[in-house]
Design a protein around this ligand. Structure first.
Ligand code: SAH
Ligand code: SF4
Ligand code: F3S
Length: 460
């Protein structure tokens, strides 16, 4: 009997890459490979890469250097590089790291196992396509968790944010047919999944490229249709774009009992001048107005965001405007990024206006202080409440403690016996830190669906 080859996938970047990795795993397993537990016992190592910021690039080449020595000491070991950085760098990867066996891109995940087989016979291979060959969700997947699943509703992006490389590595925006999404979610529910996260770069423009005759599905239609599926307790989605985030989405979120009370609405900057230079298509006041309406419709809504510091030309005054918006928005959590020039993007040409790295670092500290304050206040407001949370697994720090996620997407730690991954539990919150909560186990619960609220959302 031959021993099956073992694979290990290391994923960098966002949820789209995480989900692609699940598909790569599914495809490799279809080809007879089995999962390895670490790089040290893997015959095939796949790096699923990201290129959103420069440090993501550097990490890849650092990791490849490490794998090179492993490969030299292990007969038959193969290295595959896929994802956004592979799509961007193409043949550069094998010219910088000739020991990489397979390079594949974001549009041909389905070919990965075939390329691997070919490389055994032919040596290093590379295949990058400029458009997708199959809608990726049609591929088999080996899900990371039994109770929770990603669902792609849209690939690519038609926006042209001046800082962003995603459209050039993920292609143009294509919505997935609503019937196919519903079918997948029904199947997931039958399989025991109770939480889904809808994925797209700009989910609010979902359906813009679909529809026949009078009917064109919108994101709100999709939310309502998925909410009606039995067994799905929680629906999350990422990311909406503020310019396309409309009252119908807010109304659907408020109405649909399974849609979580969490909104991730990327701000990027609080300065209208910078937002215009970024081509974001909204102003700070318009953004805040949408946020106000969402909170009015869903009083228990948690709000998170992404902010870029030091976009070319950002002055102290521009940055002060970002701080001011962050104060008003009172975010539950913020991902703050220092601007990183990406080759081929518009902002990367504004070299004369690049912000001094020390100035950007100082601004980041100031913003983080504001964010920590609001995050802590939001978390402290949960103390004393009983929260419904979905158990994710043992805590990373202490295996005797469970970690679970509330509807607001907050991490809560608690101790209990007889609890399993995927259980819905009630936890009374006793302590709040800026990034997590701690509580006391109250009991198990059968469904996370919120009480249905009927709210008429007026036009913006
Ligand atoms: N489609 C999502 C963003 C995906 S990228 C949206 O429109 O919101 C995730 C985040 O990375 C962005 O929100 C942005 O804050 C950050 N980002 C993207 N390009 C960047 C760059 N060149 N430098 C620093 N941060 C960047
Ligand atoms: Fe990038 Fe903008 Fe598209 Fe988001 S919406 S992926 S930031 S171009
Ligand atoms: Fe995601 Fe990074 Fe690609 S953020 S879309 S994996 S460039």
């Amino acid at each position: 009997m031959t021993v099956p080859r073992r694979y290990l996938i290391q994923t960098f970047g966002c949820q789209m890459n995480e989900h692609d990795s699940e598909r790569i795993a599914g495809l490799l397993e279809q080809d007879g490979l089995v999962a390895a537990t670490s790089v040290d016992d893997a015959d095939v190592v796949v790096l699923n890469t990201c290129c959103i910021r420069e440090n993501a690039d550097n990490r890849l080449y650092g990791q490849l250097g490490h794998l090179k020595s492993l490969k030299e000491s292990r007969d038959g070991m193969q290295i595959m590089v896929g994802g956004c950085l592979a799509q961007k760098d193409r043949d550069q990867i094998q010219s910088r790291a000739g020991y990489v066996d397979v390079v594949f891109g974001t549009h041909n995940v389905a070919s990965a196992p075939g390329l691997l087989r070919r490389s055994v016979l032919e040596g290093p291979v590379m295949e990058i396509l400029d458009e997708h060959e199959a809608y990726p969700s049609a591929l088999p997947a080996r899900r990371e968790a039994d109770h929770s699943a990603w669902v792609t509703i849209q690939i690519g992006c038609d926006n042209n944010c001046a800082f962003c490389i995603v459209p050039s590595v993920r292609g143009k925006e294509v919505s997935r047919r609503m019937g196919d999404i519903i079918h997948e979610v029904e199947e997931l529910a039958k399989d025991g999944v109770r939480e889904i996260t809808l994925l797209g770069q700009n989910v609010n423009s979902y359906g813009r490229d679909l529809g026949v005759g009078q009917y064109r599905p919108e994101f709100s239609d999709l939310l309502r249709a998925l909410d009606a599926i039995d067994g799905i307790d929680r629906i999350r989605y990422t990311s909406p774009h503020p310019k396309d985030f409309r009252p119908d989405t807010i109304a659907a979120m408020a109405e649909c009992a399974s849609v979580c009370e969490h909104l991730h609405l990327p701000l990027q900057s609080g300065s209208d001048r910078i937002l215009a230079r970024m081509h974001r298509g909204y102003t700070a006041s318009r953004y805040l107005e949408k946020l106000r309406l969402a909170r009015e419709s869903m009083p228990d809504l948690a709000v998170t965001t992404d902010i870029i510091i030091g976009f070319p030309g950002e002055t102290d005054e521009d940055f002060a405007a970002t701080l001011a918006v962050a104060e008003v928005a009172q975010y539950d959590s913020v991902y703050t990024f220092i601007y990183s020039p990406r080759p081929g993007t518009e902002a990367a040409t504004m070299i004369d206006e690049f912000v001094d790295p020390d100035v950007a670092a100082r601004r980041m500290e100031l913003l983080d202080e504001v964010v920590e304050r609001s995050a802590l206040a939001k978390h402290q407001a949960r103390v004393g409440r009983v929260e419904l949370a979905l158990v994710e697994g043992p805590s990373k720090k202490d295996p005797n403690v469970w970690s679970a996620r509330t509807g607001q997407n907050k991490l809560v730690h608690f101790s209990a016996d007889g609890v399993n991954i995927g259980d819905l539990v009630e936890v009374r919150i006793e302590y709040a830190a800026p990034h997590w909560l701690r509580g006391v186990f109250v009991g198990k619960h059968s469904s996370a669906r919120r009480a249905r609220t009927r709210i008429a959302v007026t036009a913006l």
